[in-house]
Design a protein around this ligand. Structure first.
Ligand SMILES: [Zn+2]
Length: 338
Protein backbone atom coordinates (compact mmCIF):
# COMPACT_ATOMS: atom_id res chain seq x y z
CA UNK A 1 0.00 0.00 0.00
CA UNK A 2 1.29 3.47 -0.97
CA UNK A 3 2.56 5.52 1.97
CA UNK A 4 4.81 8.47 2.72
CA UNK A 5 7.82 6.25 3.29
CA UNK A 6 7.68 4.93 -0.28
CA UNK A 7 7.33 8.48 -1.59
CA UNK A 8 10.29 9.64 0.49
CA UNK A 9 12.44 6.74 -0.78
CA UNK A 10 11.76 7.64 -4.38
CA UNK A 11 12.66 11.27 -3.65
CA UNK A 12 15.98 10.26 -2.04
CA UNK A 13 16.79 7.92 -4.95
CA UNK A 14 16.00 10.60 -7.51
CA UNK A 15 18.16 13.18 -5.75
CA UNK A 16 21.07 10.75 -5.38
CA UNK A 17 20.97 9.73 -9.02
CA UNK A 18 20.71 13.37 -10.08
CA UNK A 19 23.98 14.17 -8.28
CA UNK A 20 26.01 12.00 -10.67
CA UNK A 21 24.42 13.41 -13.83
CA UNK A 22 26.90 15.51 -15.88
CA UNK A 23 25.60 14.98 -19.41
CA UNK A 24 22.34 15.99 -21.04
CA UNK A 25 21.83 12.43 -22.30
CA UNK A 26 22.09 11.02 -18.74
CA UNK A 27 19.62 13.65 -17.55
CA UNK A 28 17.19 12.60 -20.27
CA UNK A 29 17.53 8.97 -19.13
CA UNK A 30 16.68 10.07 -15.61
CA UNK A 31 13.66 12.05 -16.81
CA UNK A 32 12.31 8.97 -18.56
CA UNK A 33 12.91 6.84 -15.45
CA UNK A 34 11.09 9.18 -13.04
CA UNK A 35 9.09 11.91 -14.75
CA UNK A 36 7.79 10.45 -18.02
CA UNK A 37 4.29 9.05 -18.34
CA UNK A 38 5.59 5.54 -17.60
CA UNK A 39 8.10 6.72 -14.97
CA UNK A 40 8.21 5.85 -11.29
CA UNK A 41 6.47 9.00 -10.05
CA UNK A 42 3.59 8.56 -12.49
CA UNK A 43 3.29 4.95 -11.27
CA UNK A 44 2.81 6.23 -7.72
CA UNK A 45 -0.14 8.37 -8.89
CA UNK A 46 -1.66 5.17 -10.30
CA UNK A 47 -1.52 3.60 -6.82
CA UNK A 48 -3.31 6.58 -5.23
CA UNK A 49 -6.70 5.07 -6.08
CA UNK A 50 -6.06 2.18 -3.65
CA UNK A 51 -5.28 4.49 -0.70
CA UNK A 52 -7.99 4.84 1.97
CA UNK A 53 -10.29 7.83 1.83
CA UNK A 54 -8.86 9.27 5.07
CA UNK A 55 -5.22 9.12 3.98
CA UNK A 56 -5.77 10.20 0.39
CA UNK A 57 -5.50 14.03 0.88
CA UNK A 58 -2.20 13.77 2.76
CA UNK A 59 -0.61 11.15 0.47
CA UNK A 60 -1.87 13.05 -2.58
CA UNK A 61 -0.22 16.23 -1.33
CA UNK A 62 3.08 14.41 -0.71
CA UNK A 63 2.96 12.99 -4.23
CA UNK A 64 2.34 16.42 -5.76
CA UNK A 65 5.23 17.85 -3.73
CA UNK A 66 7.52 15.07 -4.93
CA UNK A 67 6.58 15.66 -8.56
CA UNK A 68 7.11 19.44 -8.25
CA UNK A 69 10.45 19.10 -6.46
CA UNK A 70 11.69 16.54 -9.00
CA UNK A 71 10.54 18.65 -11.97
CA UNK A 72 12.26 21.77 -10.56
CA UNK A 73 15.52 19.96 -9.83
CA UNK A 74 15.38 18.47 -13.30
CA UNK A 75 14.85 21.79 -15.12
CA UNK A 76 17.53 23.58 -13.04
CA UNK A 77 20.14 20.99 -13.93
CA UNK A 78 19.01 20.91 -17.55
CA UNK A 79 19.55 24.68 -17.89
CA UNK A 80 22.99 24.36 -16.29
CA UNK A 81 24.08 21.47 -18.51
CA UNK A 82 22.89 23.22 -21.66
CA UNK A 83 25.51 25.93 -21.10
CA UNK A 84 28.34 23.57 -20.16
CA UNK A 85 27.77 20.20 -21.82
CA UNK A 86 30.12 20.15 -24.81
CA UNK A 87 28.42 17.04 -26.22
CA UNK A 88 25.57 19.18 -27.52
CA UNK A 89 27.93 21.10 -29.82
CA UNK A 90 27.96 19.75 -33.39
CA UNK A 91 30.91 17.53 -34.04
CA UNK A 92 33.35 18.99 -36.58
CA UNK A 93 34.42 16.59 -39.31
CA UNK A 94 37.66 18.01 -40.69
CA UNK A 95 37.63 15.61 -43.64
CA UNK A 96 34.43 17.12 -45.13
CA UNK A 97 34.87 19.48 -48.13
CA UNK A 98 34.55 23.17 -47.21
CA UNK A 99 31.68 25.51 -48.10
CA UNK A 100 32.29 27.25 -51.40
CA UNK A 101 31.46 30.94 -51.71
CA UNK A 102 30.56 32.18 -55.20
CA UNK A 103 32.81 35.07 -56.22
CA UNK A 104 30.96 37.89 -57.99
CA UNK A 105 32.14 39.43 -61.25
CA UNK A 106 31.38 42.52 -63.28
CA UNK A 107 28.31 42.45 -65.52
CA UNK A 108 29.16 41.95 -69.18
CA UNK A 109 27.91 45.48 -69.98
CA UNK A 110 30.23 46.96 -67.34
CA UNK A 111 33.13 44.88 -68.69
CA UNK A 112 32.39 46.09 -72.24
CA UNK A 113 32.16 49.73 -71.16
CA UNK A 114 35.37 49.40 -69.11
CA UNK A 115 37.18 48.15 -72.20
CA UNK A 116 35.78 50.98 -74.37
CA UNK A 117 36.75 53.56 -71.72
CA UNK A 118 40.23 52.15 -71.42
CA UNK A 119 40.83 52.35 -75.19
CA UNK A 120 39.59 55.97 -75.47
CA UNK A 121 41.52 57.03 -72.38
CA UNK A 122 44.60 55.72 -74.19
CA UNK A 123 43.64 58.02 -77.12
CA UNK A 124 43.54 61.07 -74.83
CA UNK A 125 39.82 61.20 -73.95
CA UNK A 126 38.46 61.85 -70.45
CA UNK A 127 35.13 60.49 -69.13
CA UNK A 128 32.09 62.65 -68.33
CA UNK A 129 28.56 61.73 -67.26
CA UNK A 130 25.23 63.54 -67.25
CA UNK A 131 21.73 63.04 -65.78
CA UNK A 132 19.22 60.58 -67.20
CA UNK A 133 16.37 63.05 -66.66
CA UNK A 134 17.02 65.77 -69.23
CA UNK A 135 15.44 68.92 -70.57
CA UNK A 136 13.81 68.84 -73.98
CA UNK A 137 16.27 71.62 -74.88
CA UNK A 138 19.44 69.61 -74.11
CA UNK A 139 18.08 66.36 -75.56
CA UNK A 140 16.66 67.85 -78.78
CA UNK A 141 16.67 71.63 -79.23
CA UNK A 142 20.36 72.38 -78.69
CA UNK A 143 21.25 69.32 -80.78
CA UNK A 144 19.58 70.85 -83.82
CA UNK A 145 16.47 68.62 -83.81
CA UNK A 146 13.70 70.53 -85.61
CA UNK A 147 10.58 71.18 -83.47
CA UNK A 148 8.62 68.70 -85.59
CA UNK A 149 11.33 66.00 -85.70
CA UNK A 150 9.68 62.54 -85.37
CA UNK A 151 12.00 61.55 -82.46
CA UNK A 152 10.14 64.14 -80.36
CA UNK A 153 6.95 62.12 -80.74
CA UNK A 154 5.48 60.74 -77.49
CA UNK A 155 5.59 57.31 -79.13
CA UNK A 156 9.39 57.41 -79.25
CA UNK A 157 10.24 59.37 -76.10
CA UNK A 158 9.28 59.05 -72.42
CA UNK A 159 8.21 62.60 -71.58
CA UNK A 160 8.04 63.43 -67.85
CA UNK A 161 6.44 66.82 -68.50
CA UNK A 162 6.20 69.23 -71.42
CA UNK A 163 9.84 70.28 -71.00
CA UNK A 164 11.48 67.25 -69.37
CA UNK A 165 12.07 63.68 -70.51
CA UNK A 166 14.16 60.56 -70.01
CA UNK A 167 17.07 61.20 -72.36
CA UNK A 168 16.84 59.26 -75.61
CA UNK A 169 20.60 59.35 -76.22
CA UNK A 170 23.78 60.40 -74.41
CA UNK A 171 24.27 63.34 -76.83
CA UNK A 172 22.78 65.95 -74.41
CA UNK A 173 25.95 65.44 -72.32
CA UNK A 174 27.83 67.00 -75.29
CA UNK A 175 25.78 70.17 -74.72
CA UNK A 176 26.48 70.13 -70.97
CA UNK A 177 30.22 69.64 -71.53
CA UNK A 178 30.49 72.44 -74.11
CA UNK A 179 28.36 74.85 -72.04
CA UNK A 180 30.73 74.38 -69.10
CA UNK A 181 34.10 74.11 -70.85
CA UNK A 182 35.91 76.23 -73.38
CA UNK A 183 37.55 74.32 -76.25
CA UNK A 184 39.52 72.15 -76.61
CA UNK A 185 37.33 69.32 -75.22
CA UNK A 186 37.99 65.63 -75.73
CA UNK A 187 35.57 63.44 -73.78
CA UNK A 188 33.56 60.24 -73.91
CA UNK A 189 30.15 60.18 -72.19
CA UNK A 190 28.67 56.81 -71.23
CA UNK A 191 25.25 56.24 -69.67
CA UNK A 192 21.72 54.87 -69.72
CA UNK A 193 19.19 56.03 -72.31
CA UNK A 194 15.47 55.37 -72.79
CA UNK A 195 13.23 54.78 -75.79
CA UNK A 196 9.50 54.20 -75.78
CA UNK A 197 9.79 51.01 -77.82
CA UNK A 198 8.18 47.57 -77.73
CA UNK A 199 10.56 45.10 -76.05
CA UNK A 200 11.90 42.40 -78.38
CA UNK A 201 15.11 40.48 -79.01
CA UNK A 202 16.37 43.50 -80.98
CA UNK A 203 15.19 46.44 -78.89
CA UNK A 204 14.62 47.34 -75.25
CA UNK A 205 13.02 50.35 -73.56
CA UNK A 206 16.31 51.12 -71.75
CA UNK A 207 19.86 50.57 -72.91
CA UNK A 208 23.35 52.10 -72.73
CA UNK A 209 25.31 54.33 -75.06
CA UNK A 210 28.75 55.83 -75.09
CA UNK A 211 29.21 59.12 -76.85
CA UNK A 212 32.45 60.80 -77.89
CA UNK A 213 33.23 64.45 -78.63
CA UNK A 214 36.39 66.23 -79.71
CA UNK A 215 36.38 69.97 -80.40
CA UNK A 216 39.45 72.08 -81.13
CA UNK A 217 40.81 74.30 -83.87
CA UNK A 218 41.17 72.53 -87.23
CA UNK A 219 39.71 69.14 -86.28
CA UNK A 220 39.15 67.18 -89.49
CA UNK A 221 37.14 64.18 -90.66
CA UNK A 222 40.45 62.38 -91.21
CA UNK A 223 41.16 62.64 -87.48
CA UNK A 224 37.69 61.26 -86.76
CA UNK A 225 38.37 58.28 -89.01
CA UNK A 226 41.81 57.73 -87.50
CA UNK A 227 40.44 57.71 -83.96
CA UNK A 228 37.56 55.36 -84.73
CA UNK A 229 39.66 52.94 -86.78
CA UNK A 230 42.18 52.82 -83.94
CA UNK A 231 39.37 52.06 -81.50
CA UNK A 232 37.80 49.38 -83.71
CA UNK A 233 41.11 47.59 -84.27
CA UNK A 234 41.88 47.54 -80.54
CA UNK A 235 38.37 46.42 -79.60
CA UNK A 236 37.37 44.01 -82.39
CA UNK A 237 40.75 42.87 -83.73
CA UNK A 238 43.61 44.34 -85.75
CA UNK A 239 42.93 42.41 -88.97
CA UNK A 240 39.47 43.90 -89.65
CA UNK A 241 38.48 45.88 -92.74
CA UNK A 242 36.24 48.93 -92.30
CA UNK A 243 34.16 51.39 -94.29
CA UNK A 244 32.34 54.64 -93.64
CA UNK A 245 28.87 55.11 -95.19
CA UNK A 246 27.12 58.50 -95.47
CA UNK A 247 24.29 58.88 -92.94
CA UNK A 248 22.22 61.57 -91.25
CA UNK A 249 22.06 62.89 -87.67
CA UNK A 250 20.61 66.34 -86.81
CA UNK A 251 23.69 67.33 -84.78
CA UNK A 252 26.48 66.33 -87.20
CA UNK A 253 27.25 67.40 -90.76
CA UNK A 254 28.50 65.47 -92.62
CA UNK A 255 27.38 62.28 -90.85
CA UNK A 256 28.49 58.69 -91.33
CA UNK A 257 28.07 55.18 -90.05
CA UNK A 258 31.07 52.93 -89.58
CA UNK A 259 30.99 49.26 -90.60
CA UNK A 260 33.59 46.60 -89.94
CA UNK A 261 33.97 43.24 -91.66
CA UNK A 262 31.89 40.57 -89.95
CA UNK A 263 34.20 38.83 -87.50
CA UNK A 264 32.16 35.60 -87.73
CA UNK A 265 32.35 35.01 -91.48
CA UNK A 266 35.30 37.34 -92.23
CA UNK A 267 33.17 39.14 -94.84
CA UNK A 268 31.84 36.09 -96.69
CA UNK A 269 28.28 36.60 -95.39
CA UNK A 270 26.46 34.87 -92.51
CA UNK A 271 23.35 35.11 -90.31
CA UNK A 272 24.90 37.62 -87.87
CA UNK A 273 25.77 40.11 -90.63
CA UNK A 274 22.55 39.32 -92.55
CA UNK A 275 24.74 37.95 -95.38
CA UNK A 276 26.23 41.38 -96.17
CA UNK A 277 29.69 40.63 -94.76
CA UNK A 278 29.54 43.96 -92.82
CA UNK A 279 28.49 44.94 -89.30
CA UNK A 280 27.51 48.51 -88.41
CA UNK A 281 29.30 49.46 -85.18
CA UNK A 282 28.69 53.17 -84.66
CA UNK A 283 27.40 56.52 -85.91
CA UNK A 284 29.60 59.61 -86.23
CA UNK A 285 30.14 62.93 -87.96
CA UNK A 286 31.50 66.47 -87.80
CA UNK A 287 29.68 68.61 -85.21
CA UNK A 288 27.06 70.73 -86.99
CA UNK A 289 27.99 74.46 -86.79
CA UNK A 290 24.43 75.13 -85.58
CA UNK A 291 25.18 73.13 -82.40
CA UNK A 292 28.23 75.33 -81.71
CA UNK A 293 25.87 78.31 -81.91
CA UNK A 294 23.79 76.91 -79.01
CA UNK A 295 26.82 76.58 -76.70
CA UNK A 296 28.62 79.84 -77.51
CA UNK A 297 31.44 78.26 -79.48
CA UNK A 298 32.52 80.19 -82.59
CA UNK A 299 32.03 77.88 -85.63
CA UNK A 300 34.45 80.11 -87.54
CA UNK A 301 37.23 79.26 -85.10
CA UNK A 302 36.58 75.68 -83.93
CA UNK A 303 35.53 72.41 -85.48
CA UNK A 304 34.93 69.01 -83.99
CA UNK A 305 33.66 65.50 -84.37
CA UNK A 306 31.23 63.35 -82.41
CA UNK A 307 30.44 59.65 -82.39
CA UNK A 308 28.21 57.27 -80.47
CA UNK A 309 27.55 53.58 -80.07
CA UNK A 310 25.18 51.34 -78.14
CA UNK A 311 26.98 49.33 -75.48
CA UNK A 312 24.50 46.42 -75.68
CA UNK A 313 24.91 46.32 -79.45
CA UNK A 314 28.69 46.45 -79.10
CA UNK A 315 28.67 43.54 -76.63
CA UNK A 316 26.21 41.60 -78.81
CA UNK A 317 28.49 41.98 -81.83
CA UNK A 318 31.64 41.11 -79.96
CA UNK A 319 30.29 38.06 -78.11
CA UNK A 320 27.66 36.85 -80.60
CA UNK A 321 24.69 37.52 -78.24
CA UNK A 322 21.42 37.43 -80.18
CA UNK A 323 18.83 38.67 -77.64
CA UNK A 324 19.22 42.10 -75.97
CA UNK A 325 16.84 41.04 -73.15
CA UNK A 326 19.50 38.63 -71.85
CA UNK A 327 21.44 41.61 -70.41
CA UNK A 328 18.60 42.56 -68.07
CA UNK A 329 17.13 39.22 -66.96
CA UNK A 330 19.89 38.43 -64.43
CA UNK A 331 19.99 34.79 -65.47
CA UNK A 332 23.10 33.46 -63.75
CA UNK A 333 23.66 30.90 -66.53
CA UNK A 334 24.00 33.76 -69.05
CA UNK A 335 26.02 36.12 -66.84
CA UNK A 336 28.62 33.62 -65.65
CA UNK A 337 29.81 32.96 -69.21
CA UNK A 338 31.66 36.27 -69.22
ZN1 LIG B 1 28.96 37.51 -91.18
Amino acid sequence: MLNNKIIENIRVNFENELKSVDKLQLLEDLRIKYLSRNGQISALFEQLKDVSKEEKPLIGKSLNDLRNVAANLFSDLKAKLETTDTNKLPKIDLTLPGNKYAIGSKHILTQTLDEIKSIFKGLGFSVNEGPELESDYNNFGALNFAPDHPARDMQDTFFISKDFLLRTHTSPVQIRVMENNKPPVRVIMPGRVYRNEAVSSRSYCMFHQVEGLYVDTDVTFTELKGTLVSFAKQFYGSDLKYRFRPSFFPFTEPSAEMDITCYICKGKGCKICKHSGWLEILGCGMVDPNVFGFVDYDPEKVSGYAFGMGIERTAMLKYGITDIRAFFENDFRFLKQF
